[in-house]
Design a protein around this ligand. Structure first.
Ligand code: XMP
Length: 514
């Protein structure tokens, strides 16, 4: 069965994925594509509605991203958001101009057309997130103004007869208090979607499709213990059982007890019917990392060594037909305005194709957002602690130790991180955190313990809130939690006499330290 779908056309807005996630949270399948997607492709997809995202341009700017006029002939409802709303106005004969005052942040918007399907059950005055310098000065002929602010005469407009809707603010952003109602007003009220995107049906369909694709072939999965590869592995094991072999390469750079946790779920004692190989390769990695301090070199060494170990294991298994990759939807979406610069060479345990002799890659999660992957994990009965696990980078603690990586330093960062996670979870302070961990700085400083002088390392604690890991805000953890962590870490972890809290956002810092 093909799901009903909404198409998000991306004009380079920073919230493009968020729009799709909000639509999917409303149980309507949604894909993000660059605004240049051809009309033929769009017809093939047969979306029930199209959403234009925001974007950095002005409709009058040089090389402005304009949409294809044929879109308006498809008879498919369109919702324009921010730049997308200005684009609708501009292309259909309205007037876009520089606003006398830029509106940025939470803004009270007055709904003037209360029976608009977008504003069903929305308060007459509602807080919305604005972020614009241009605005719609005049709505095109045929449009009715549906909302306004003191600055924006056209904060929203619609031409219901043509199914065209536009909002200057961002309904997808959490700060727009009733934004989800507005998006649902569009997808349900205007586009007539029913909400047939459910994770339980996704699982059944995915298993059936995997069985058909794989037949009696052999499947290999690099298991990291992270959410994506774990969910992919379980999905495949449900589909093809013992035809699947999972290889878990322990590079010795894992968090405390992580190897045992993976064993208990995927090993012979665990609930799944699969072949599981746990390779303890830590000595190999430590040997290669001896004396290396440059972050990029460390990343490259860990990535390459990982591939070698994996390749050796794959050879033992023999000819493999399919290799599993835990690719998820954010990795697949290509921005409407092109890719951005590479800041770090990310190594993903799934990224191994050149070295292993196989016929085809299977990416069972390539259409899912992270929250959906977690939901699938729950549907498959994977333990909650694995499903809720925060992202952990492929190079592991190797990039949370500044400078040379040694077994002693790994032990320090593992123990400090364990205490930190335990205390944060105990205090219930982990709810809104995207990621939180301890890192080991290469700074040693003077301290005093008992009556003696110490000269030991400083541990840095980091906690960030983020929706996409591209940008992040440092979390304001309760001081009591931080001070308990500081005291436990210096008392319980040998080699540490100072604990620092990283209050930098991303940018300018990155989430990991190296
Ligand atoms: P940064 O440090 O670039 O991290 O702000 C953004 C997100 O990516 C994760 N990360 C990685 N994940 N392989 C991965 O699979 C890597 O090499 C890698 N480096 C960073 C990081 O944990 C954060 O979630």
């Amino acid at each position: 069965m093909k799901n009903e779908n909404i198409l998000v056309l991306d004009f380079g807005g920073q919230y493009n994925q968020l729009i799709a996630r909000r639509v999917r949270e409303s149980h309507v399948y949604c894909e993000v594509h660059p605004y240049t997607l051809s009309i033929e492709k769009i017809k093939e997809m047969a979306p029930k509605g199209i959403i234009f995202t925001g974007g950095p341009n002005s409709v009058y700017g040089e090389g402005a991203a304009l949409c294809q006029p044929e879109l308006f002939e498809l008879g498919v409802p369109i919702l324009g958001i921010c730049y997308g709303s200005q684009l609708l106005a501009h292309m259909l004969g309205g007037k876009v101009a520089t606003a006398p005052v830029s509106e940025y942040g939470k803004t009270e918007v007055e709904i003037v057309k209360k029976d608009s399907p977008l504003f069903k059950d929305v308060k007459d005055k509602t807080i919305c997130w604005m972020s614009h310098t241009d605005y719609i000065a005049e709505a095109p002929a045929g449009f009715t103004v549906t909302a306004q602010t003191p600055v924006c005469p056209v904060a929203a407009m619609e031409d219901a007869s043509r199914g065209l809707y536009a909002v200057q603010f961002h309904p997808e952003v959490m700060h727009t208090e009733e934004g989800i109602k507005m998006l649902q007003g569009f997808v349900y009220g205007v586009c007539g979607c029913k909400g047939d995107w459910q994770m339980t049906s996704f699982v059944d369909e995915a298993i059936a499709q995997l069985r058909e694709k794989i037949g009696d072939g052999k499947v290999l999965c690099a298991l990291s213990g992270g959410v994506d590869s774990s969910v992919a592995a379980v999905l495949l094991s449900k589909a093809v059982g013992k035809q699947l072999t999972c290889v878990f390469v322990d590079h010795g750079l894992l968090r405390k007890n992580e190897g045992d946790e993976v064993d208990s779920v995927f090993g012979p004692e665990g609930p799944y019917d699969l072949n599981f190989v746990h390779v303890d390769a830590s000595e190999r990695f430590y040997e290669k990392l001896k004396g290396v301090t440059d972050p990029e070199k460390k990343r490259k060494i860990i990535g390459e060594e990982f591939i070698r170990v994996f390749e050796a294991e794959a050879k033992k298994i023999g000819k493999v037909d399919f290799l599993v990759q835990g690719t998820i939807y954010p990795d697949v979406i290509e921005s409407g305005l092109g890719k951005s610069a590479v800041i770090k060479s990310h190594h993903n345990v799934g990224g191994l194709p050149d070295y292993v002799d196989f016929k085809e890659i299977v990416e069972p999660l390539r259409l899912l957002f992270k929250d959906e992957v977690r939901e699938v994990g729950r549907t498959l009965g994977i333990p909650e602690y694995l499903v809720r696990r925060q992202p952990f980078p492929g190079p592991g603690l190797g990039i949370r130790i500044i400078g040379e990586v040694t077994p002693e330093k790994i032990k320090i960062v593992q123990d400090a991180d364990w205490i930190y996670r335990e205390e944060v979870a105990k205090a219930g302070a982990d709810k809104d955190l995207g990621q939180y961990f301890a890192a080991l700085t290469n700074m040693r400083s003077v301290g005093v313990m008992g009556d003696g002088r110490t000269y030991d390392y400083a541990i840095a604690l980091r906690a960030v809130m983020t929706s996409d890991f591209m940008t992040a805000e440092s979390a304001k953890l309760p001081w009591e939690v931080l001070s308990i962590c500081a005291s436990r870490i210096v008392n319980e972890v040998k080699g540490v006499n100072r604990v620092l809290y990283d209050c930098t956002g991303k940018p300018p810092a990155t989430i990991e330290f190296e």
